[in-house]
Design a protein around this ligand. Sequence first.
Ligand code: NAD
Ligand code: UDP
Length: 313
Amino acid sequence: MRILVTGGAGFIGSHLCERLLNEGNEVICLDNFFTGRKVNIAHLRDNRDFEVIRHDVTEPIFVEVDQIYNFACPASPVHYQYNPVKTVKTNVMGMINMLGLAKRVKARILQASTSEVYGDPIEHPQTESYWGNVNPIGLRSCYDEGKRVAETLMMDYHRQSNVDTRIVRIFNTYGTRMLENDGRVVSNFIVQALRGEDLTIYGDGSQTRSFCYVSDLVDGIIKLMNVEGDDVHMPVNLGNPGEFTMTELAEEVGKATGRAINIKYLPLPQDDPKQRKPNIERATSLLGWQPTVALAEGLKKTADYFTGVVDAR
Ligand code: NAD
Ligand code: UDP
């Protein structure tokens, strides 16, 4: 198959491009390089089935493909809040452009949605049927509401124009190729620990997240794209149900890096969700998927990666 991956030079997108090439597909990686990097895909450049296009998804594009993975969008709060209007445009205009493309060439399209559609969730753990608790006018809204509109567009193009859609709601994912200055908690803690700096906990550290290693996530995403059936257009949660407070995460990072940990407490950002944990029963029954990499193991692999990056400075 010929497959388009938007955001393909980013953290998850680059792992996805690599896996799809290994499975014998042709891959077109589209990226505007806002948070993506050429180094993430440098090892793929000699593969004759790999192509890179510098392009912004807010502009239409004309290519002939069989499948589209729409991953273009900054994912870290630091980066998506840098230019919030652009984040909305990427999620809404980008989604319309990719759905228009899917409709024209009859490609199947998978949208990278997020657990952020649940906002600061009152239902715990979160199932796909939960509608969420989202502030429409806060600092996180450009991302949360942008992704919610993108889901609406996916469902409407499916119902109205019969576009073959898949929606994955990704819970916090981490691993190699995250940016050193990404701003998300796992990379922040690991980089801080390796540099001998204090780990920055926002708030009192009691908020929880569930962390999925990137290889597990990519497995689930590819399964979802290729599953057939009546029920496949409705959203699917993918994430690791292990739930940790940020204080516990800091301790785990100490073990994974082998460094002594000191904590610095900083103010909690606005609308920071208090708890998050996926219910993955739907993914398990529909895809036969469940994560296999435990937090300690994934943190070790990520710390090894960052040791190279941080030392190379
Ligand atoms: P990332 O920031 O590393 O990757 C995003 C990629 O999209 C980058 O390569 C960036 O340059 C590109 N991009 C951004 N705006 C673009 C635009 N307008 N046109 C073209 N390219 C653009 O983030 P990531 O963690 O790899 O996330 C990838 C996708 O998965 C995002 O859509 C994100 O919302 C979603 N997601 C990620 C997580 C997570 O925990 N990592 C959780 C939920 C959802
Ligand atoms: N966080 C933290 N220290 C950091 C970065 C983040 O304590 O250096 C907290 C943040 O407030 C949130 C959790 O870690 O409660 C996860 O944040 P992240 O930005 O990784 O993801 P998201 O909030 O989008 O789930």
